[in-house]
Design a binder for this molecule. Structure first.
Ligand SMILES: Cc1cc2nc3c(=O)[nH]c(=O)nc-3n(C[C@H](O)[C@H](O)[C@H](O)COP(=O)(O)O)c2cc1C
Length: 202
């Protein structure tokens, strides 16, 4: 059978979500998927970015990562979205990309794929679940198959978020527990998408 195509589409201002996205890519590749790691376009004004050295640096460091396009969505059997929490919601940069997908949605091209999401926030109760659940609202509209990590692996009892991998950025960069949770979440998404792909090919 053809390998699963997994698109990891994320936004990150200062690198936290990017680190989780990279770990997810590792987990998915290990699970046998073809992976496209894609950032969404930055839309914040230059003054805002330039006022934050970490934001400026991350933008430069990730300049070579390809921006997400509609082709990545149609190519994928499964899609993992990553976003920082912004007042308990996904970042507007990611929403801006999502809100260009009307024509694909209308043609049914976003249906029946596997979807899952991960996030970061500055504080432990800063809205990680609400951000992931807000993205899931869109997955319902698309007719997606939502695959959360739940507590289906021992790492989930350490990382502690059944909705999707999440990290408290205020504690520093993601450590091994969060990175392993991201790898696991991606592998679970790939395994589920592989079952569906095999059943559809049969
Ligand atoms: C406009 C704005 C809103 C934010 N809202 C929240 C929030 O509701 N809860 C929280 O814990 N952190 C909040 N943060 C902090 C970000 O979630 C945090 O910086 C981000 O997860 C870091 O991810 P990144 O390094 O990938 O950009 C906010 C940050 C900004 C700039």
């Amino acid at each position: 059978m053809e390998p699963v195509n997994l698109a990891i589409i994320y936004y990150s201002a200062t690198g936290t979500v990017h680190a989780l996205a990279q770990a997810a890519a590792e987990g998915a590749e290990k699970a046998g998927a073809h992976v496209r790691l894609r950032k969404v376009a930055e839309s914040a004004p230059a003054e805002a970015i330039n006022a934050n050295p970490a934001w400026t640096r991350h933008l430069q460091d990730t300049a070579d990562i390809t921006e997400a396009g509609h082709d990545d969505l149609t190519w994928a059997d499964a899609i993992l979205f990553g976003t920082p929490t912004r007042f308990g919601n996904p970042a507007s940069q990611l929403r801006q990309f999502v809100e260009t997908t009307g024509p694909l949605w209308y043609q049914g091209k976003l249906a029946d794929k596997v979807y899952s999401a991960f996030t970061a926030s500055n504080t432990a109760h800063g809205g990680q679940e609400s951000t992931i659940l807000a993205l899931a609202n869109t997955f319902y509209h698309w007719g997606g198959i939502i695959v959360p990590p739940g507590y289906t692996d021992p790492i989930q009892f350490q990382s502690g978020n059944p909705y999707g991998t999440s990290h408290v950025a205020g504690d520093g960069a993601p450590g091994e527990v969060a990175l392993q949770a991201a790898r696991y979440q991606a592998s679970r998404v790939v395994d589920t998408a592989a079952l569906l792909k095999a059943a559809r090919a049969a």
